[in-house]
Design a protein around this ligand. Structure first.
Ligand SMILES: O=C(O)CCC(=O)C(=O)O
Length: 277
């Protein structure tokens, strides 16, 4: 059976800038991946949000496998065409009864891509619903321009700069609840955010950032991981893929990209146009 999106699903995405829910793997498989991320947290004494950002896939071969999951790749291919690269991945965990939230923002203002054709796949490794603070989107907002963000640096905001859009009409927002193993897709220009976790369980998800191979970086030479098809453009160098969990070489690359972003965010140096959540 083909896992490609139907023409109706593709048309829905083009009109509304999002699609959800879709199935990547079983709830059991999702629990397994979550357990591996939580084992990493115990091992390092650090929350996954602390470091597994922008290039989280470089930490674990199995996370690269999730990025190349056949159902996810088929959906992404239906939207982006045959030649797809992954330029990043970020973990987003909110603890049970966690006040932290993600402010309304557009990824396109920060990703530094031209043209704006990136799509983000958000994979649920726990239940993400109204109570636990699932992702919500503003339908059709991807058809508008890149908007200006206020950088609030709010400690309760999971975005490191607290980048926030003004004047969002919450009444127009659509939530994307997911069961473990399901995923949603949103366009890089689609305004999105999420509320606090009021539930008794953690809300854990991983966002993967895909683009067609013809997309260029506006932030100088960067790296990406091939997902499917071929890359005849050569706009991106290759990510050093991990051979083992926490492979020293790929972790150094992860650290370099995330550390650079985090330090610039801390000192307020970077303006919009820098990559990242
Ligand atoms: O996990 C969240 O609540 C926010 C994720 C997000 O902003 C994204 O995937 O682009």
């Amino acid at each position: 059976m083909s896992m490609a999106l139907t023409p109706q699903q593709v048309a829905f995405f083009r009109t509304h800038g999002y699609l959800s829910p879709l199935q990547a793997f079983s709830p059991d498989q999702a629990r397994h991946y979550r357990a591996r991320l939580e084992a990493y947290e115990r091992q390092t004494g650090e929350e996954m949000n602390a470091r597994l950002k922008i290039k989280a896939h470089l930490a674990f071969p199995w996370l690269c496998d999730v990025a190349r999951n056949p159902a996810i790749v088929a959906a992404v291919r239906s939207l982006l065409g045959p030649d797809v690269l992954l330029f990043g991945a970020s973990c987003f965990a909110k603890n049970a009864h966690d006040p932290r939230f993600v402010s309304w923002h557009q990824d396109s203002a920060y990703y530094g891509l031209d043209p704006h054709e990136e799509v983000t796949v958000w994979v649920a490794l726990s239940r993400a619903d109204t109570r636990s603070g699932c992702l919500k989107v503003l339908p059709g907002s991807h058809l508008g321009p890149d908007r200006v963000h206020d950088e609030t640096y709010d400690a309760a905001n999971l975005l490191s700069r607290g980048q926030s859009l003004r004047d969002i009409d919450e009444a127009q927002a659509v939530e994307m609840p997911l069961e473990p193993g399901q995923f949603s897709i949103h366009h890089e220009r689609t305004a999105h955010g999420s509320g606090p976790n009021l539930s008794d369980d953690r809300r854990v998800g991983v966002a993967f950032f895909y683009m067609p191979a013809h997309v260029r970086s506006t932030l100088g030479r960067r790296t990406a991981m091939p997902v499917c098809g071929s890359d005849s453009y050569g706009h991106w160098d290759r990510d050093p893929e991990p051979r083992t969990d926490l492979d020293a070489q790929s972790m150094a690359a992860l650290e370099m990209v995330w550390g650079d972003y985090r330090d610039k965010a801390r000192t307020g140096q970077a303006a919009q146009g820098s990559p990242a959540p």
